[in-house]
Write a protein that binds this ligand. Structure first.
Ligand SMILES: C[S@@+](CC[C@H](N)C(=O)[O-])C[C@H]1O[C@@H](n2cnc3c(N)ncnc32)[C@H](O)[C@@H]1O
Length: 266
């Protein structure tokens, strides 16, 4: 459990260029959700607030798809991401569109704000990939960053259709593709640890020179009780969980398959 890969996908210069292309494709759900889903989520998020001018912190903001829409609706937004490519793109866009967004190229495990934000969001299942000690640290930092009685929102993988959420064993041969700009074989497999409610998606990338890199993505899944316990233990209250914020689709990453969690700082 919790074995680390040899490499990190988000910050690799070549892969993060591919990821940026995926983020910016409005029609797929690969790195960010489709624009239609993002619009639904933003409207839903703002309905959880009083929607007067908010100070918003978007953790793992990627290229700023949420941050921009929130800023256009009159909110002051700070976006944090450790992908240099995404932050560079997001910053250029904000400057060009004259939006009130501050982007920080930073690991969100290290944020250090005090009593400043009305709303903190961590969207697209990032909460699930945090190992327990990282999750504790992020929640403590979010708690500190929020003003009293203000709101934290995240979305998580839940137990519904859990077996369908774990990647099946597969392999692919590419001359050039998502993982490398040169020939490689990718061996993919998912492993489930039901007692710990966690699964790991492994991708082993083998290149022509026999270099082998492994990417391992640990994903926790949560039921409502577990989420409430975790949030309460960190001092949050009024914890609410919602399924079907997004309509059910042909995938296992929307509708009843995902839970959104809203909680407040005591
Ligand atoms: C699945 S994407 C979601 C992006 C964005 N929230 C969205 O939905 O469009 C996850 C993002 O979190 C960023 N990320 C992952 N771990 C991070 C960390 N520890 N610190 C900062 N950014 C991180 C990645 O670079 C990536 O942009």
């Amino acid at each position: 459990m919790y074995e680390k890969g040899t490499s990190v996908m988000w910050t690799d210069p070549y892969i993060s260029e591919r990821l940026l292309e995926l983020h910016l494709n409005p029609n797929n759900d690969m790195a960010s959700r489709s624009r239609a889903k993002i619009e639904l989520i933003i409207n839903w998020i703002l309905c959880q607030t009083d929607n007067v001018k908010l100070n918003i912190l978007d953790l793992g903001c990627g290229p700023g798809l949420y941050a921009e829409q929130l800023a256009k609706q009159g909110h002051a937004v700070t976006g944090v991401d450790f992908s240099e490519n995404s932050i560079r793109y997001a910053s250029e866009q904000a400057k060009y569109k004259k939006l009130d967004i501050k982007y920080l190229h930073q690991n969100y495990l290290d944020i250090d704000f005090v009593d400043y934000f009305d709303l903190v969001i961590l969207i697209y299942l990032d909460f699930c990939v945090l190992l327990p000690e990282e999750r504790d640290r992020v929640l403590e930092n979010i708690f500190k960053a929020l003003k009293k009685n203000r709101i934290f929102i995240c979305d998580v993988v839940n137990e519904v259709n859990i077996d369908k959420k774990i990647i099946p064993q597969s392999w692919e041969v590419q001359q050039s593709g998502f993982w490398r700009n040169s020939p490689y074989i990718a061996l993919n497999n998912g492993y489930h640890y039901p007692d710990a409610k966690v699964f790991a998606n492994h991708h082993i990338v083998v290149q022509e020179n026999d270099a082998v890199d492994t990417y391992i993505f640990w994903n926790h899944y949560y039921n409502d009780e577990a989420l409430a316990d975790i949030m309460k233990a960190k001092g949050f209250y009024d914890i609410r969980t919602y399924k079907n914020v997004l309509p059910n689709g042909n995938d296992f990453w929307s509708g009843e398959n995902i839970t959104f969690c809203v909680s407040k700082k005591k």
